[in-house]
Ligand binder design. Structure first.
Ligand SMILES: Nc1ncnc2c1ncn2[C@@H]1O[C@H](COP(=O)(O)OP(=O)(O)OP(=O)(O)O)[C@@H](O)[C@H]1O
Length: 618
């Protein structure tokens, strides 16, 4: 019978302890595996299993059951988190440096020999260029950024990575990534997460949210020297789950997380639809600490009892507003609430996105316990790095307009290479047809959308990233999260119906402090977007054409002053992509405010997240 990597570590440890029935914290530990019938495997674990034991640990000040108490400063509290079922780590409690760091003895040291170096083989030259450019990140662009936090006792932010006790191995990887200092969302969210707090974080596109949730998870797992996992025959027991809405984004998060966890002993595995499931099974059987997944494939694996969530300590939802909108919510609820994942308050939950409509915040709060809301502003910050243009273009003129833009782009291409242009369209058919037309007209283009096979999607993305086909025509499947260096221009050939989708789309350029250009084709068909678009551009100090303002005021009048309709009836936080909805609900707890001027408007009305079409997604 095969056992997982984690199991083999645990097996050898428990075998050494022979029939030991308790660990150093006096908690009972199962000494032999018990066969569980597949149909019973996803039930709540028996009372001796670790997650149940967590319930017996008293609540701490932060409201988290079983968490070893709030930290002072940024270091882990002395001793282990009793909720983890690991032997106490020997840290000095608040001390820095090596003490207390797990070497994850045994298992990974063996596995490490085979651990490919993710810093050398990844996209080769492309990787090298983007790494070089990380050193040139325009941090000045972040200096005046407004940041708002709300919630009970918010841990203070840090200014440097050195102030945070992330552990030597992870620090080494941060250096390898050429991250010199934390971005604003990292400065605030990492201390919050390291203190064990739940978090809802709203920060601009391209501002480093992936590292913001990966670092605390990796660091937390590294600190846990020993985890007793049930010895389920072929079931994997990850300690952390990162969910994202698309396959490509899951792969990207996996690639990043592998870099951050290189030689830490923390094993990251990805699973998503459209790829052979057997291969993913085999990978899972070799052991997994952090599982990155799309919801559909994960539900499949849970139902087949290939994965159990009973050991989950950390849950992160990237693009959380998208994950909780109508397209995904039932699947997410199933994963988080109806399988065997420990409840909120026991696990630590982190939700990240660039946009957080209030209705979605309300839903999301079901998953969180006494959480902190963090908003890192848009205006006066990285969104300003994207020059936004909007042109009035009739449907029949769109192609020739696009051709003009691409010609202009070609002329301004750097190093003799055409810079990358990402063109968003509404439908899969429209994507294929536009790609064909571009190809016929001599423009090297490729396309990515939900009707293409996963292989085709991945090939298209590679070809675009490498510059072989410098034009990518995409549906919204490429709108969120994808971090493609050198995207100089985003063209909204068809505007989306939802202003939040617009924000994510244009965020594919102007990443990590770099500049970018976004052009939108607007016509009568987009009237409902006129007002939110005009407001957004104004907030980002962009030039708003007079005709768009006229359109915007017309929609304002026709909607009785409410402005926008359907999905666009959202209460944005003015300078932010979202603001804590608890404020409107007479949430009278301590509010901390850092930097920037307070409350500059927003749309001034709440909620109304209407139904939307989500066909372009997984
Ligand atoms: N501290 C840092 N220093 C330099 N570069 C960084 C730092 N943190 C992240 N980056 C780089 O910034 C880029 C954007 O990061 P990331 O993809 O995590 O953004 P994001 O906030 O998740 O964006 P989106 O909202 O579009 O998903 C990446 O190339 C990443 O490597």
């Amino acid at each position: 019978m095969r056992t997982s990597w984690a199991d083999s570590v645990d097996n050898s440890a428990s075998e050494n302890a022979a029939t030991a029935a308790s660990d150093s914290s006096g908690l009972t530990r199962p000494t032999r595996s018990t066969y569980v019938l597949p149909h019973l495997r996803n039930r709540q674990p028996p009372s001796t299993d670790p997650p149940d034991r967590l319930h017996s640990v008293p609540s701490s000040a932060n409201g988290r059951v079983g968490f070893g108490g709030p930290t002072t400063g940024l270091c882990w509290p002395g001793g282990s988190r009793p909720d983890l079922g690991r032997a106490a780590h020997n840290g000095s409690g608040g001390g820095r440096g090596r003490s207390g760091w797990s070497t994850r003895n045994g298992g990974w040291d063996r596995g490490r020999e085979h651990e490919a170096n993710p810093f050398v083989d990844d996209d080769n030259a492309e990787q090298a260029i983007s790494e070089q450019e990380n050193t040139g990140i325009n941090f000045e662009a972040y200096d005046d950024i407004p940041v708002e936090t709300s919630g009970d006792t918010v841990p203070p932010p840090v200014n440097t990575f050195a102030e945070i006790d992330l552990g030597d191995a992870l620090n080494q990887n941060i250096r390898r990534c050429k991250y010199v200092k934390p971005t604003p969302v990292q400065r605030y969210s990492i201390p919050i997460s390291l203190a064990g707090r739940d978090l809802m974080a709203c920060a601009q596109t391209g501002s480093g949210k992936t590292a913001a949730f990966c670092f605390p998870i990796i660091s937390g797992i590294m600190r846990e020297q020993y985890v007793q996992r049930p010895r389920g025959a072929r079931t994997a027991y990850p300690l952390a789950l990162i969910l994202s809405p698309t396959r490509e984004l899951s792969r990207q998060i996996h690639d990043e997380a592998k870099k951050f966890s290189y030689q830490t002993g923390v094993k990251v595995v990805v699973t998503y639809g459209g790829a052979p499931i057997n291969q993913q099974w085999r990978e899972l059987e070799r052991g997994v600490d952090i599982l990155v997944a799309t919801p559909g494939r994960l539900v499949d694996l849970l139902e087949r009892a290939r994965i159990s969530l009973q050991m989950i300590r950390y849950l992160a939802l990237d693009e959380a507003d998208r994950m909780l909108d109508m397209g995904f919510e039932p699947q997410i609820r199933k994963i988080v609430e109806q399988m065997d994942m420990p409840p909120q308050g026991v696990r630590q939950t982190m939700l990240f996105s660039a946009t957080f409509p209030k209705e979605i915040q309300r839903l999301a709060s079901d998953f969180l316990s006494n959480y902190i809301f963090l908003a890192v502003g848009r205006v006066g910050s990285s969104t300003d790095l994207i020059v936004q243009r909007v042109e009035f273009v009739h449907e029949y003129d769109k192609r020739s307009h696009l051709m003009d833009l691409i010609h202009a782009q070609k002329e301004s291409g750097m190093r003799g290479k055409q810079s990358l242009t990402l063109v968003f369209v509404e439908t899969k058919k429209g994507a294929d047809s536009l790609e064909h037309w571009l190809y016929v007209n001599g423009f090297p283009a490729t396309t990515i959308h939900g009707d293409r096979t996963q292989q085709e999607r991945e090939k298209a993305l590679r070809s675009f990233k490498s510059g072989k086909t410098p034009i990518l025509v995409a549906t919204d499947v490429a709108a969120r999260g994808l971090d493609i260096p050198h995207v100089a221009h985003v063209v909204n050939f068809d505007l989306p119906n939802d202003i939040d989708d617009y924000v994510h789309r244009i965020g594919r350029t102007g990443r990590a402090g770099k500049t970018g250009l976004a052009t939108a084709f607007f016509n009568e068909g987009n009237s409902s977007l006129a007002r939110p678009l005009a407001d957004l551009m104004q907030e980002a100090n962009q030039e708003v054409p007079a005709w768009l303002i006229r359109y915007a005021s017309r929609t304002r009048t026709s909607h009785g002053g409410g402005g926008g309709s359907g999905r666009n009836r959202r209460s944005w936080g003015g300078r932010f992509g979202g603001r804590d909805f608890r404020r409107e609900n007479s949430f009278n707890r301590a509010m901390d405010y850092h930097g920037g001027a307070k409350g500059s408007g927003g749309y001034g009305f709440s909620g109304g997240y209407g139904p939307g079409v989500t066909s372009a997604w997984d």
